[in-house]
Design a protein around this ligand. Structure first.
Ligand code: FES
Length: 144
């Protein structure tokens, strides 16, 4: 069996939603201190719906495929659904990642949550951190 699924290769070769949203409503950046890869997510939000999302990923192929798939999964969705997106869901949507590459998908989950928190903070929208717990990946860090 190939190491990477066709979906991973497709999203790596033709990533969706690459770029920057200049007037983003929320921006989140997550990095992994071990490999040094960084992912940045930009969100446009209207009436609690993610109307647009873009990403910049300086990282490995799995991180690029994960960002691409994650943006597809949350585009057009309510905030609550985007906040609940897990790296497991991203990995499943990609038809799996090799075990040693699972941490790459965690960056997508983290960056999206941080972008949403940024949106909440900028708009003084209260949220209960309990409802949005940090992912518990020891190899990952928040950059803000
Ligand atoms: Fe760093 Fe994939 S090896 S995110």
């Amino acid at each position: 069996m190939a190491l990477y699924s066709e979906k991973v290769m497709d999203h790596f070769r033709n990533p969706r939603n690459v770029g920057v949203i200049e007037d983003a409503d929320g921006i989140g950046e997550a990095g992994n201190p071990v490999c040094g890869d960084i992912m940045k997510i930009y969100l446009k939000i209207e009436n609690d719906i993610i109307t647009d999302v873009k990403f910049e990923t300086f990282g490995c192929g799995s991180a690029i495929a994960s960002s691409s798939m994650a943006t597809e999964l949350i585009k057009g969705k309510p905030i609550k659904e985007a906040m609940a997106l897990t790296n497991k869901a991203v990995t499943e949507a990609l038809d799996g990642l090799p075990a040693h590459k699972l941490h790459c998908s965690v960056l997508a989950e983290e960056a999206i949550r941080l972008a949403l928190r940024d949106y909440f903070d900028k708009n003084n929208i209260p949220y209960d951190p309990k409802d949005y717990p940090d992912p518990s990946c020891e190899s990952c860090c928040h950059t803000h």
